[in-house]
Ligand binder design. Structure first.
Ligand SMILES: *[C@@H]1O[C@H](CO)[C@@H](O)[C@H](O)[C@H]1NC(C)=O
Ligand SMILES: *[C@@H]1O[C@H](CO)[C@@H](O)[C@H](O)[C@H]1NC(C)=O
Ligand SMILES: *[C@@H]1O[C@H](CO)[C@@H](O)[C@H](O)[C@H]1NC(C)=O
Ligand SMILES: *[C@@H]1O[C@H](CO)[C@@H](O)[C@H](O)[C@H]1NC(C)=O
Ligand SMILES: *[C@@H]1O[C@H](CO)[C@@H](O)[C@H](O)[C@H]1NC(C)=O
Ligand SMILES: *[C@@H]1O[C@H](CO)[C@@H](O)[C@H](O)[C@H]1NC(C)=O
Ligand SMILES: *[C@@H]1O[C@H](CO)[C@@H](O)[C@H](O)[C@H]1NC(C)=O
Ligand SMILES: *[C@@H]1O[C@H](CO)[C@@H](O)[C@H](O)[C@H]1NC(C)=O
Ligand SMILES: *[C@@H]1O[C@H](CO)[C@@H](O)[C@H](O)[C@H]1NC(C)=O
Ligand SMILES: *[C@@H]1O[C@H](CO)[C@@H](O)[C@H](O)[C@H]1NC(C)=O
Ligand SMILES: *[C@@H]1O[C@H](CO)[C@@H](O)[C@H](O)[C@H]1NC(C)=O
Ligand SMILES: *[C@@H]1O[C@H](CO)[C@@H](O)[C@H](O)[C@H]1NC(C)=O
Length: 808
């Protein structure tokens, strides 16, 4: 019954469409010598049809230029969606001028030639002699020799779409297009990696390298040999899965079962980075359209962060996920407009230039947004604020571009903002500043020192000049980068330029100021390898609690270098790194002033009588990993901490982990040679290479992190001779023994919450064991550690940390 109905509609539909589409009738077989010519649409545009007429192969017009695209499309549905196009020159937009021909030749397969005789494209090198082309009803265009051997297939050379029956082998990939209507290679990729993991990532166009994936199926070997993916299969009934080496399947298609008889289905890597499977009824109906069945990643606005390359949306823009199809939309906030009005996903420029010269309050207002944030690090953070305090403080601060308020905390950020996103999980109230009168201030002329004196209409303050100049430089750079098509490549660099141009520099203190601030160095907060820390209060408009660190290793003649290094440290901003506010460099005295965090050190938290919750501990471990990753990979020169231990991890009100003392190892060893004379670090946490002649690299921090991770998991100290029997005294050895005997649970001392989260426990222990490998080259990088903790990459079974056998 239903079939009959369908057939009737199909007939109806083909009748409807008949006058519009004129095709050369084929039975799906095209003989050598056959050709098609690119003509203006509406003028007997010729194409080859598959036997059922579902798919067409031929030329499709590109926009309103006299250019056409050699492609395969659905021939029976009104929007004639393109599923393949001739494109194998990455840097060249695929297009053929009117009058171009595609010929089926015996020795070169399909050849696309311009009217001037220039070869624009051809099917990849053919080994053998083509007898004929077969255009299959699956949408696959195949070139066969006279024994029906397949010499070339469009299915084996996919573009951004995959169809039922199509398979991607390891190493294979799909590439997104530039935009909905521009078929040049875009910046996203779906790849079945050699390790079996199916990933989505963006591409760095300068280096042709791939950025860290923002999605992965984690179908790697892992703990079960043979579980790595070997093919991405889109089977004939429209199901997509990663086929594992051992025959298992990692299913991607879920949702309602749809009939392959009644629906077309395809999966496309969209130009915005979302990979989705769509269905479209085959029957003709006025409003039928492609409906998504599923899509990846879950939320691209949140999943693409600084690690995975430039954001979906440009600077200052805000990414919102559309609920219906999980595709991102970009929007400029009020007071901002698109830099390039044709690029909806591009950057937004402010319609005003903020100046510090004017009466702030009257000119600016804030737009209230909810659940919105940017990943751009804050330059100021205030606690115990009300929402009004927060918006007020932004309006009055001429550097502030946006203030984000949540949990009585106010984060102020400066322009340009990147990775803007809206998500209900953020639970923030956001105040974005705009100029009330919509007027644009004149861009100041480039400052030359002589005409600057006493001219009221020019900016005289040093900061506004830098601000304006930096904005100008930035906009010019963005514009230049755009014209080169390299915008995204430079995005990170620009953020850096902006930040270094705008940073409020570290505040220098006199020794006496700090003596007063700390009440004569009375209240001691702690002692570390680098010095003693005192509590203090400084006046900074309001009273701010600080931690003052008195360095006890004084360097002679190191004056200039001290300032340089301190300024390097002062420029580092990350949500898991304690912020340096100022310094004192007077005579023999070297002091550093840090922000003070409310909840003490991780050591006191972890080794207290009451165990903190498992969830909280895992959050902390992840925070430390992120902080270290930043130090190792995101700073202009990698910073080795050298003394990672629970005493150096501080906690704020929300038990977020903040790493302190970074940069100090370098600061205090400035005049020493590369091979170290003195061991930095603390017993129990130092990597073995400190004791050998091996070079000290970031891997020493990975080792220490591994030890700390074990302490976090077990809530006990790494070396504990008093409370534990001999076999348990050294934490690293004991945990490895438990792990090897398959008794990972034993490390937890009957903690129910953690035992319920057994998979995570197992994973964390394995990550820690990888980190404490004696051989530094076996230890993962912190980036890898973060990915393993996130579950983006699967954790393989670690080997024994030490090469020589220990007696059990
Ligand atoms: C398809 O048509 C061509 C001629 O148009 C013919 O040579 C060929 O045998 C036909 N193939 C089939 C399978 O009918
Ligand atoms: C159609 O093609 C013919 C010959 O190629 C040409 O003379 C004519 O102008 C075309 N018509 C349109 C509407 O493009
Ligand atoms: C392609 O086919 C057309 C029409 O058959 C013919 O005029 C042209 O010379 C052929 N071009 C090539 C490169 O074989
Ligand atoms: C299309 O090609 C596949 C694989 O070669 C084959 O199994 C199938 O029968 C073909 N379908 C048609 C309609 O020719
Ligand atoms: C498509 O994008 C590429 C790269 O950005 C550009 O060179 C080309 O001109 C664009 N093509 C069209 C038709 O806009
Ligand atoms: C496609 O895969 C699904 C799920 O694995 C399976 O149920 C179905 O039978 C498969 N269809 C074909 C034609 O292999
Ligand atoms: C088409 O429109 C009708 C009426 O507006 C609606 O009931 C139906 O669900 C629509 N179909 C699709 C596929 O959107
Ligand atoms: C916040 O605003 C209230 C009321 O306007 C004011 O009394 C209070 O001092 C402000 N707090 C801060 C920290 O500025
Ligand atoms: C605010 O606090 C809640 C719970 O106390 C926490 O889940 C949330 O992440 C915090 N929000 C921010 C932005 O830190
Ligand atoms: C400024 O622009 C906004 C939106 O573009 C508009 O709603 C508002 O009325 C304008 N304000 C003035 C004072 O022109
Ligand atoms: C002040 O600057 C303005 C704008 O650059 C310029 O036109 C004017 O001549 C300057 N006046 C003096 C006194 O330098
Ligand atoms: C691309 O790679 C180059 C060289 O490694 C790097 O400097 C640049 O920051 C990368 N661009 C992006 C957008 O990650």
């Amino acid at each position: 019954m239903e079939m009959a109905f369908t057939a009737q509609l199909l007939l109806l539909s083909s009748l409807f469409l008949q006058p519009v589409l004129v095709h050369s009738q084929t039975n799906g077989s095209i003989a050598v010598g056959g050709s098609l010519t690119a003509t203006a649409e509406g003028n007997s545009s010729l194409s080859w049809l598959s036997p059922s007429g579902d798919f067409a192969f031929g030329f499709r017009p590109l926009g309103n230029n006299d250019l056409l695209l050699l492609s395969i499309w659905y021939a029976k549905i009104p929007d004639r969606t393109i599923v393949w196009y001739a494109n194998n020159k990455p840097a060249v937009a695929p297009a053929a001028p009117l009058g171009s021909t595609v010929n089926l030749t015996a020795h070169s397969g399909l050849v696309l030639t311009s009217p001037q005789g220039e070869e624009l494209w051809k099917s990849e090198t053919i080994v053998g002699v083509v007898a004929n082309g077969v255009f299959n009803d699956t949408g696959n265009f195949v070139l066969e020799d006279d024994s029906s051997k397949k010499l070339w297939e469009s299915f084996k050379n996919p573009t951004d779409t995959i169809l039922p029956g199509q398979i991607i082998q390891t190493g294979g990939s799909l590439a997104s297009r530039q935009s909905e209507t521009n078929y040049s290679k875009g910046r996203f990729q779906l790849r079945l990696q050699q390790d079996g993991n199916l990933v989505l990532n963006s591409i760095n166009f300068t280096t042709e390298s791939t950025n860290t994936p923002y999605y992965g199926t984690a179908t790697t070997t892992g703990t079960v040999p043979g579980s790595e993916g070997k093919q991405l299969v889109f089977n004939d009934s429209g199901y997509m899965y990663v086929l594992r080496e051992n025959g298992g399947k990692y299913t991607l298609t879920w949702g309602n079962r749809v009939s392959a008889m009644a629906y077309y289905t395809r999966a496309t890597l969209n130009f915005d980075g979302v990979f989705a499977q769509y269905v479209h009824p085959k029957t003709f109906s006025g409003n039928a359209s492609w409906e998504p069945l599923w899509s990846l990643p879950e939320n691209i606005c949140l999943d693409i962060d600084a690690d995975s390359g430039p954001g979906v949306c440009g600077f200052n823009s805000i990414c919102t996920l559309s609920a219906a199809d999980k595709r991102p939309k970009c929007e400029c906030p009020r007071g901002f407009s698109l830099l390039d009005p044709n690029d909806l996903y591009g950057s937004c420029k402010p319609d005003f230039i903020q100046s510090c010269e004017e009466e702030e309050e009257h000119l600016y207002d804030v737009q209230l947004l909810t659940n919105t944030d940017w990943l751009t690090p804050e330059y100021a953070r205030s606690e115990e604020f009300t929402a009004d305090n927060c918006s007020e403080s932004c309006i009055q601060d001429c550097l502030c571009g946006v203030a984000i308020y949540s949990n009585q905390t106010c984060w102020k950020k400066e322009l340009p903002l990147s990775y803007g996103r809206v998500d209900s999980s953020l639970r923030t109230t956001t105040f974005i500043k705009f100029r009330k009168d919509n007027s644009t201030l004149p861009v100041p002329p480039s400052p030359s020192p002589d005409d600057k004196k006493n001219n009221k209409t020019t900016f005289t303050g040093i900061r506004p000049v830098i601000l304006a100049a930096a904005l100008l430089v930035c906009l010019v750079l963005i514009a230049a980068a755009f014209s080169l098509g390299l915008f995204f490549t430079f995005q990170k660099k620009q953020v850096r330029i902006m930040q270094s141009g705008l940073n409020i520099s570290l505040r220098p203190f006199s020794y006496q100021e700090l003596q007063e601030a700390t009440n004569g160095f009375t209240e001691e907060l702690g002692r570390g390898s680098f010095g003693v820390v005192y509590k203090g209060i400084i006046q900074n408009g309001s009273q701010v609690q600080v931690a003052v660190k008195k360095l006890h290793c004084v360097i002679q003649d190191g004056d200039k270098e001290f300032k340089t290094e301190v300024n390097v440290i002062g420029k580092i901003h990350h949500k898991n790194l304690v912020r340096l506010l100022g310094y004192c460099d007077e005579g023999q005295q070297r002091l550093l002033v840090y922000e003070l965090l409310s909840n003490g050190t991780l050591a006191s938290f972890l080794f207290a009588d009451v165990k903190p919750s498992w969830g909280q501990r895992m959050e902390i471990a992840y925070g430390i990993a992120k902080g270290l990753e930043y130090l190792h990979e995101e700073c202009s020169t990698p910073i080795i901490h050298c003394d990672i231990k629970p005493q150096n991890i501080l906690l704020d009100d929300y038990y977020t982990a903040w790493i302190s003392d970074f940069g100090l190892a370098k600061l205090l060893m400035m005049n020493q040679s590369h091979t170290h004379t003195a061991i930095r670090g603390t017993k129990g946490y130092v990597a073995p290479e400190w004791f050998s002649n091996m070079p000290i690299t970031t891997k020493v921090d990975v080792y220490s992190f591994g030890v700390v991770l074990l302490e976090i998991i077990c809530c006990r100290r790494s070396i504990d001779v008093e409370n534990n029997c001999e076999e348990k005294a050294i934490l690293t050895n004991w945990v490895y023994d438990c792990y090897q005997e398959g008794k990972t649970d034993a490390v937890l001392d009957h903690e129910t919450e953690a035992l319920l989260d057994k998979k995570n426990l197992e994973k964390s222990v394995m990550v820690a064991i990888w980190c404490i490998q004696e051989d530094p080259s076996l230890r993962p990088t912190m980036r890898k550690v973060v990915q393993m903790l996130e579950g983006v990459v699967e954790v393989r079974a670690p080997p024994c940390p030490s090469s020589y056998t220990r007696s059990a």
